[in-house]
Design a protein around this ligand. Structure first.
Ligand SMILES: [Zn+2]
Length: 199
């Protein structure tokens, strides 16, 4: 199954996998297609999700922007981990697979990015994308992405904080805030709600 993501910097998140129902299976193969990448071409990666063995394998090819060099085939596994959330369900995370300056990152993250300066998907910390979050007025390559993952982080944080979603059958203020933010990210209430029990 192929999916489209329209963003400046190639990225995908656990939320995407959830919304594509990939995480409903122990073993799942699919592809992700970006229609506008930094090189303004259609790009895609193929992935194999293996929940039993705890990884997502990424397969794609890459070459430098505007270069004539040969395409390089890239294939590697990104480990997955889980945390438990309310109602005994599991939440999935990526473990950032990048080694930089001789150190393994290993951060637990919900989203991975492919920057033009690195051949591998990695967390925003490794790719130094956080600078633009703190400097919202700065208009740079990652300005838009900065706002996007800022919102995504708020959603993850809110999801972790919220213990009571409904009171007397009605959504709590905090939960409504979460749903609104999630909708702005393009996730339906169902997806955010995917790990919840009945009100
Ligand atoms: Zn990292």
């Amino acid at each position: 199954m192929s999916k489209l993501i329209k963003e400046d910097c190639k990225n995908f998140s656990i939320y995407n996998l959830r919304s594509w129902k990939a995480l409903d299976n122990n073993y799942y193969g699919g592809s992700i297609i970006w229609t506008s990448g930094y090189d303004e071409k259609k790009d895609d990666i193929r992935y194999i999700l293996n929940k039993d063995e705890g990884y997502i394998e990424l397969n794609y090819r890459i070459r430098r922007h505007n270069s004539d060099e040969e395409w390089k085939k890239i294939s590697y596994k990104v480990p997955l981990t889980t945390t438990s959330c309310h109602y005994g369900k599991k939440r999935y995370w990526f473990i950032c697979p990048l080694y930089s300056n001789g150190r393994y990152c290993g951060r637990r993250v919900a989203k991975l990015y492919l920057s033009p300066y690195c051949d591998y998907f990695a967390c925003r910390h490794c790719l130094n994308l956080s600078y633009d979050v703190r400097n919202k007025n700065r208009r740079g390559r990652f300005g838009y992405i900065g706002r996007f993952f800022d919102l995504e982080e708020q959603v993850v944080k809110l999801e972790e904080q919220i213990k009571i979603k409904f009171r007397a059958g009605r959504p709590t203020k905090k939960y409504l805030r979460l749903l609104n933010k999630a909708r702005r990210l393009g996730y339906s209430a169902d997806i955010v709600n995917g790990t919840l029990g009945k009100p």
